[in-house]
Design a protein around this ligand. Structure first.
Ligand code: TRP
Length: 348
């Protein structure tokens, strides 16, 4: 069975972009078709300035929302990255296989260095080594497929290179994974700036629909979305990015297609109303389930504990194999294997 691994960073409240771009596909497709692991990558959340209490809160919230969005612990494995030591154990080995040049070429790193540099600030070293940890996340599970947005494709590509290089140097150890573009995903753009992705934060949050926003807040954000200078509702991304974004959101929520939905709605106002209602219809069961789960934190904790156990059972032997392959002496290996070692003076 194909193994799928993906991760989500608890660096902000989860958004409609996270839901339509990833989480929904994980629950609707991946967990039914593949042996799937979904990881809340809290260690990656520390590669930028972070507040400890907030990181903890967002980690718990992300786990609760993943379950609320339909991930079923009977069908897939949901866990927190820092609960399974194998990620950091293997990350170090990845740092011994990668070069610093490779890391410095990563677009996400370069962009962050540029924007922080412009404000006279430096970045954490862990931001540079981020892809080594991400490679470890994926390779520790022998994942075949990694469903990610295109902004992460470069990191998965580097993961493949590291896997191939490790296998060539030290013997076959890792499955070489590939990035997959989710089949039922939409690329949701910021409502106030429809040429950039709906990330977890912008200056005001006005362009971002958070999954836990109150219904009237969601309605307001969508109604106030920037539209374009034309008046016609047509789906042309390059010319009318604001309208196209709303049409894509509407299509993603209702299962329609953006072109024909453009024909049905004859004004921007009507399109916004319809989109707001569709988003609310889709999110209200998720919000209701989230509320139930919040009332039962012991359940979520149990899911994470069990998830970490299942994850560890997969990752442990793979990472142990990598440790042996790269030349690290296994603990307790003196008694049995020692006799087979060449005499000390013969060791180069
Ligand atoms: N870097 C990914 C992101 O920012 C999150 C991530 C970390 C991830 N480890 C992963 C995604 C492993 C897929 C597989 O979205």
């Amino acid at each position: 069975m194909t193994r799928v691994f993906s991760g989500i960073k608890p660096t902000g409240h989860l958004t409609l972009g996270n839901y339509l771009g990833a989480m929904r596909q994980w629950g609707a497709v991946d967990q039914h078709q593949a042996d799937s692991l979904f990881c809340i990558v809290d260690l990656h959340g520390m590669t930028v300035d972070h507040d400890p209490a907030r990181l903890r809160r967002l980690t718990r919230q992300a786990a609760t929302l993943l379950l609320a969005a339909g991930l079923d612990p009977e069908l897939c494995t949901v866990f927190v990255q820092s609960h399974v030591d194998e990620h950091t154990r293997l990350s170090y080995l990845m740092e011994c296989v990668a070069t610093d040049g490779e890391m410095r070429r990563m677009i996400q790193y370069k962009e962050k260095v540029a924007s922080e540099g412009a404000r006279g600030r430096s970045v954490r070293l862990s931001l540079l080594t981020y892809p080594a940890l991400m490679a470890a996340d994926i390779l520790a599970y022998g994942a075949d497929e990694v469903p990610v947005g295109d902004d992460q494709a470069q990191h998965v590509e580097l993961t493949r290179d590291l896997a191939v290089r490790f296998n060539q140097r030290y013997g076959h150890t890792f499955v070489v994974p590939k990035a997959t573009v989710p089949k039922v995903a939409a690329r949701v753009m910021n409502l106030q700036d429809p040429t950039s992705k709906m990330g977890k934060s912008d200056d005001s949050g006005a362009g971002i629909v958070y999954l836990l926003d109150e219904p009237d807040v969601i309605r307001k954000k969508i109604v106030r979305a920037v539209t374009d200078s034309g008046r016609e509702v047509v789906y042309v991304r390059e010319e009318q990015p604001g309208v196209a974004n709303l049409l894509e959101i509407l299509a993603a929520c209702t299962g329609g297609n953006p072109e024909s939905l453009g024909i049905v709605h004859d004004s921007y106002g009507a399109l916004k109303q319809a989109t707001a209602e569709a988003v609310l219809d889709m999110l209200s069961p998720v919000q209701a389930r989230h509320k139930e789960l919040c009332a039962d934190p012991g359940y979520v904790e149990g899911v994470l504990r069990h998830g970490a156990e299942k994850a560890r059972a997969i990752a442990r032997p793979i990472v142990d194999t990598a440790y042996r392959a790269i030349g690290l002496l296994p603990p307790g290996a003196f008694s049995g294997a020692a006799a087979a070692e060449p005499a000390l003076n013969a060791v180069r």
